[in-house]
Design a protein around this ligand. Sequence first.
Ligand code: ZN
Length: 94
Amino acid sequence: MDTWKEVPYHATPLADCNFCGSRVVMMQHTSNRTVDFAVSCTMGEGESPLGDACPLQDPPDQFNHATRREAAKYWNEWAALGASRRVEQQRASA
Ligand SMILES: [Zn+2]
């Protein structure tokens, strides 16, 4: 059975959710044999103006990493990539 719980992480600042802009938290994921970590969005179902949870509240498997530091690095790189992509789209449509 998989369980998730929020754990503290302060080593580096975490970028806000790249999808909805909400605060994010470090989650510890425990399954049968493994423990890993993923940064997740805090926008849950019912909190969003659209009524749906943010897709990154339950991030895809590639966000899971063996350490908090790696999970944070992955998240921040992904967020930076998405942010630059958005800028390019704005430039392209301007
Ligand atoms: Zn989000």
